[in-house]
Design a binder for this molecule. Structure first.
Ligand code: BGC
Length: 596
């Protein structure tokens, strides 16, 4: 097959994302997710911290990103790796303190990086002062009204208030006296409280005025400390349907499970025309219209601060037209595009989801976002190397362990490099997850005894959970813990294969994954791709074998076919995910070509 490089004709579909002509930084930003526990350890205890992040900020500048987003660092018993917050205005001592945050944020800003932090408003830790007060105060108290306490069903309230299941497995309700003894007067407390995640993560009641006011004050607390934005955890979950009705569907967060009536179907990564991949959450606990009022009020808080601050929705919502409601111009600024993340490695499927993403965001004037990896999913270097189908089921698991089918590591990395290059050429904003710039895979053979994800136990050890993608990063191949921590300690074990993805090895090799990311990010900036547009190349506009689009003066072409794709003589290739073979783009490779 030879490419004639017919670029777009006037009839070609040209999508103009809302990013065009706009100037806010977040519309086109490449945002790097730092998972604080695993990025860099500054004090040698084996858990990453703010000092470690500060020491490694130069790396982000060298890579060429615009901003960093930090997963939670707040005071927390760490029952869900910090997504269980006991004090939103303090930093957990394992990560440092408020001074360390200030040093980190000041340095980041001096280096030209924006700082986004994670806010967890759906639930607190059970160690939060409010929850402890609620347990002590008893039924009917104002303290209980801040959470979702209910009387049980059955003669003696022995049955949970409804049939909801926790996203981490098991019931979503815990009865107070299952965890705490009878109070002083000897009367057992038989109320139940709702937790959509772990027992230690009680859901807040967002109908409670005090809850609403306190979170606005928490936003201000951090805005006053200079943060440029917030990633909002479980942004689609805060408001529950009136009366908390029973629901026979199932909930899944990170595995792309399809919640459809009674049946749990795994997504096969083939999106419908509306971009739905079957990975969205539905049911009375998700995506209720009432959440939008909250975001409108938060939008107003951000507006009171100078500069362009942003709110980013972590909302596993489909179809994309529904997700777009979160980024209407008086609500949040961005929403993670999980439909894109869960789409399979297939030209037609990707074209469908990209079209739907741009189209639906354009309706509300928001930038599209793109993401391939994060701390909740199997890294794309591993995911794309997994067998497509195992025992008749499409593979899109939420964790891989030694007893599961293992990925083809080489294929995974090859496709991951192509997928990344393909993504970074798109207009809008892209998210990177720490380590992916080195081609880091999941630890797919981590012994179970090290696992810490609460979902592992709650699901009866039937699924690996998310620890595999959270392993501490490798910085220097020949140092203890590959340079993650001076003492050699790591909170999760690193696999031996980490030597090849250590930063120093990667940076010394001009053909490394790091070199490719760095080149692509430089070109993306130089050619203003983040604020560009999208036009499919006529020649391949229906192809299942080749995905090719033009953004500004660059053509991004990915070859999914089993045979190489010959480029016309003399075209200027600016970056490629694999070396060209006799002037041809090999299978599972992506190139950026400069148009005349
Ligand atoms: C976060 C997870 C976390 C969950 C509960 C999410 O969506 O990304 O890591 O376990 O919310 O807070």
């Amino acid at each position: 097959m030879t490419l004639s490089l017919t670029t777009t004709s006037p009839e070609a579909t040209i999508l103009h994302p809302a990013t065009q002509g706009a100037s806010e930084w977040w519309r086109s930003a490449v945002i790097y997710q730092v998972y604080p526990r695993s990025f860099a350890d500054g004090n040698g205890d084996g858990i990453g911290d703010l000092k470690g992040i500060t020491q490694r900020l130069d790396h982000l500048v060298e890579l060429g990103v615009d901003a960093l987003w930090l997963s939670p660092f707040y005071k927390s018993p760490q029952a869900d790796a910090g997504y269980d917050v006991s004090d939103y205005r303090q930093i957990d001592s394992i990560f440092g303190d408020l001074d360390d945050f200030e040093v980190m944020a000041t340095k980041a800003h001096a280096l030209g990086l924006k700082v986004i932090i994670d806010l967890v408003p759906n639930h607190t830790s059970d160690d939060h002062a409010w929850f402890k007060e609620a347990i002590a105060a008893g039924p009917g108290s104002a303290a209980r009204d801040r959470y979702m306490f209910r009387d049980g069903k059955g003669e003696n309230g022995e049955l949970p208030p409804n049939n909801w299941q926790s996203i981490f497995g098991g019931p979503a309700w815990t009865r107070v006296d299952q965890r705490w003894n009878a109070d002083e007067d000897g009367v057992a407390d038989t109320q139940w409280y709702l937790h959509m995640f772990d027992t230690r993560q009680p859901d807040l009641n967002w109908q409670n005025e005090e809850v609403r006011e306190d979170f606005k004050s928490i936003l201000r607390f951090w805005l006053d400390r200079g943060v440029d934005g917030f990633r909002i955890d479980v942004a689609h979950g805060m408001v529950k349907a009136e009366g908390l009705p029973d629901w026979d569907g199932t909930t899944g967060m990170v595995d792309g499970t399809k919640a459809e009536g009674n049946t749990q179907v795994q997504t096969d990564g083939t999106p419908d025309e509306d971009g739905s991949n079957g990975g969205g959450n539905s049911g009375p606990m998700f995506d209720q219209d009432g959440v939008h009022e909250i975001y409108r009020s938060w939008h107003e808080v951000l507006e009171q601060y100078p500069g362009d601050r942003c709110l980013v929705a972590e909302a596993w919502v489909e179809p994309l037209s529904r997700l777009a409601l979160y980024v209407r111009n008086d609500e949040m600024q961005q929403a993670f595009n999980f439909s894109f993340l869960t789409t399979k490695w297939d030209a037609a499927a990707l074209r469908t989801v990209i079209n739907a993403s741009v189209r639906e965001n354009d309706v509300v004037g928001a930038p599209t976002t793109w993401v391939l990896s994060n701390h909740d999913v199997v890294r794309h270097a591993t995911r794309l190397g997994l067998p497509a189908v195992v025992e008749g089921r499409e593979m899109n698991p939420n964790g891989v362990r030694a007893t599961d089918p293992q990925p083809n590591v080489e294929l995974g990395l090859r496709r991951a490099r192509a997928a990344t290059l393909q993504m970074l050429g798109l207009p809008g904003s892209s998210y990177l997850y720490n380590g992916e710039e080195f081609g880091t895979p999941d630890h797919t053979e981590m012994p179970d005894e090290f696992r810490q994800d609460p979902a592992f136990e709650r699901k009866g050890r039937t699924e690996a959970g998310r620890d595999g993608c959270r392993v501490p990063l490798a910085w220097e191949a020949d140092k203890p813990a590959y340079g993650f921590s001076e003492t050699g300690k790591t909170w999760l074990p690193q696999p031996d294969t980490y030597r090849s993805v250590a930063a120093d090895v990667q940076k010394a090799d001009p053909n490394s994954t790091f070199a490719m990311y760095r080149t692509a990010l430089g070109l993306r900036r130089a050619h203003n791709l983040g604020l560009g547009s999208l036009a499919w190349l006529n020649e391949f506009s229906a192809s299942a074998q080749v995905l090719a689009y033009q953004n500004n003066d660059i053509v991004v072409l990915t070859n999914f076919a089993n045979e190489p794709l010959h480029l016309p003589q003399g075209v200027e290739v600016l970056v490629s995910s694999e070396p060209l073979v006799d002037g041809a783009v090999p299978t599972d490779a992506c190139v950026w070509i400069k148009t005349a």
